[in-house]
Design a protein around this ligand. Structure first.
Ligand code: ATP
Ligand code: MG
Length: 226
């Protein structure tokens, strides 16, 4: 369960601050797939960064899996992030010099897991995303859709409770985008991981369990079902 309570956030020094999020509240039960939509600049990525504990809200609270996480120290936030959250970005964010399996295994390095075990866990996730035959390929040797599937495997390797995906299909052609979307849907159903996905695509948004629409830093619509 993810709960946002009256989140307000902005950028810049207090006197000249531009307010980006304005009293955002939301309750997300576990195991669902959510779409976050809204015009460019409406605050979607800002909200994802706060939920992902990459930044702290100026006011308000965030609860994740029963724990209040919005005020915790940076080092504790890093631990919670590693334990509970997986990220998928529009531009994949893979390390170019590492092979697919090494990219996927990276979050496990921070957990102090040995190489053989990391490799095994990475292989398992790469097989899950249909890339069991691409373990040693580097990102530049793969298509966009394959790169995003590597990124999804990396997000899954820590067995998170929540995946935050910021326009995961934004850099893909429609066919690869549909494949990535179907993959996220399967993973959500099979593992019960919650997924919060930013998308500009109305068809993809409609295929999610819930849709939240933002405008000028506020949630203007919170729709359930189809
Ligand atoms: N690091 C930052 N410093 C200052 N302003 C920022 C920063 N990040 C975002 N903003 C501003 O906050 C507002 C919301 O940005 P955000 O990236 O959350 O929008 P978005 O909904 O994700 O847009 P898009 O659909 O284009 O990705 C924008 O006006 C943006 O200029
Ligand atoms: Mg954005």
């Amino acid at each position: 369960m993810l709960r946002l309570i009256d989140i307000t956030h902005g950028y810049g020094p207090a006197r000249s601050r531009t307010q980006v999020l304005d009293r955002v509240s939301l309750v997300m039960p576990s195991g669902q797939m959510w779409a976050l939509t809204g015009a460019s600049g409406s605050g979607k990525s800002t909200l994802l960064n706060l939920i992902g504990l990459l930044d702290r809200p100026q006011s308000g609270a965030i609860e994740l899996a029963g724990q209040r996480v919005s005020g915790i120290e940076a080092s504790e936030a890093a631990k919670v992030r590693n334990r509970l959250i997986g990220f998928v970005f529009q531009s994949f964010h893979l390390l170019p010099r590492l092979s697919a399996w090494e990219n996927v295994a990276l979050p496990l390095v921070h957990r102090g897991i040995g190489r053989a075990e990391r490799r095994h866990a990475a292989m398992e996730q790469l097989e899950r995303v249909g890339l069991g035959d691409r373990l040693h390929h580097r990102p530049e040797e793969m298509s966009g859709g394959q790169r995003q599937r590597v990124a999804i495997a990396r997000a899954l390797v820590t067995q998170p409770r929540l995946i935050l995906a910021d326009e995961p299909t934004g850099n893909l052609d429609s066919e690869s985008g549909a494949m990535v979307m179907a993959l996220l849907r399967n993973i959500n159903r099979e593992t019960g991981v919650s997924i919060l996905m930013v998308t500009h695509d109305a068809v993809l948004a409609r295929s999610c369990d819930y849709r939240v629409q933002m405008q000028d830093g506020r949630i203007i619509q919170n729709a359930t079902g189809q």
